[in-house]
Write a protein that binds this ligand. Structure first.
Ligand code: BTN
Length: 231
C-alpha cells in the first residue's frame, strides 16, 4: 500500500508495476491525478480531497470471468461506504455507485496479460462534473473525512470480496450486488460499443455477471459490455 501526493494516473502506474511483476494485493493511492482515466477513454477529473486508488489482481485458471471483477469492486466499495455511514448508495451495472441516481464513484478495469488493474475514483469531498451525467459526493455523509481513512477500509473490504471471488466464485458476489443494485424492473438504456442502444427493464444478472434486460416485446437481452443509464 503506497500513497503518493500526485501522479498522472494510478491505473497507468499500476499497469507498469504489473508488467514489472508486482503481486496481487498491491495498491497505489494518489492524493491527486493529473491524467486520471475514466471508462470509454474519458478523463477522470481528480482534484485533491477525493479517493484515487488502484489495485492489482492476478487472475487464475479456475477464476470466474475476469470481467466479473467489476462486480467485486462494486460490492467492496458499497460495503466500505455503507460501513462508514452511507448505506443508501445503489450500484448501477456493472460498477458505478450512485447516490440519489447521481454518480458518486467510478471504477476502471484494465488488463495486461493475467494482471487486472482495478482503479477506484470516489467523490469524497467534491463532485467534478462529467458530461451527460449528474454527479454527487459523500461530503458530510460519512464519519470519516479523509481519503486516507476511506482508502484503508476499501483495501480491507476489497481483500475480503476478492478472496470470496477466488474461493467461492461468482454466486455470493452476485447475491450481494443484486441486494444493492437498482430494483428489478428499473428502466435502463444500454449504449453498446457499435453505437446502438437497447432499452429495457433490469431483470437481474446472468450467472456470469452480464446484465439481463427485459425488452418491450417480452424477450430478454443479455448485455456483456455497455454504458448503462437509468432512464
Ligand atoms: O469512468 C469511470 O466511471 C471510471 C473512473 C475510474 C477513475 C479511477 S481514479 C483511480 C484510477 N486511476 C485512473 O486513472 N482511473 C481510476
Amino acid at each position: 500500500m503506497r500513497t503518493v501526493a500526485e501522479t498522472g494516473s494510478t491505473n497507468a502506474d499500476m499497469l507498469a508495476l504489473a508488467a514489472a511483476g508486482a503481486p496481487e494485493g498491491s495498491w497505489l493511492r494518489a492524493e491527486r491525478q493529473t491524467a486520471g482515466r475514466g471508462r470509454q477513454g474519458k478523463a477522470w477529473s481528480s482534484p485533491i480531497g477525493n479517493v484515487y486508488a488502484s489495485t492489482l489482481v492476478r487472475v487464475r485458471a479456475d477464476d470466474p470471468p475476469a470481467a466479473s471483477l467489476a462486480l467485486v469492486c462494486a460490492v467492496a466499495l458499497a460495503d466500505t461506504i455503507g460501513t462508514l455511514g452511507c448505506p443508501t448508495v445503489t450500484i448501477k451495472w456493472p460498477n458505478d455507485l450512485l447516490l440519489d441516481n447521481a454518480k458518486l464513484a467510478g471504477i476502471l478495469l484494465e488488463r495486461h496479460g493475467d494482471a487486472i488493474v482495478a482503479g477506484f475514483g470516489v467523490n469524497l469531498s467534491s463532485h467534478p462534473s462529467i458530461e451527460g451525467r449528474q454527479t454527487a459526493s459523500l461530503a458530510g455523509r460519512l464519519w470519516v473525512h479523509s481519503a486516507a481513512e476511506l482508502f484503508e477500509h476499501l483495501v480491507a473490504d476489497f481483500a475480503t470480496w476478492l478472496e470470496t471471488w477466488h474461493r467461492d466464485g461468482l454466486p455470493p458476489v452476485i447475491a450481494r450486488w443484486e441486494r444493492q443494485a437498482h430494483a428489478p424492473g428499473t428502466p435502463l438504456i444500454a449504449n453498446l460499443s457499435d453505437g446502438t442502444s437497447v432499452a429495457g427493464k433490469y431483470d437481474g444478472l446472468a450467472s456470469d455477471g452480464a446484465l439481463r434486460l427485459r425488452l418491450a416485446d417480452g424477450t430478454t437481452r443479455v448485455i456483456h459490455a455497455a454504458d448503462v443509464f437509468l432512464v
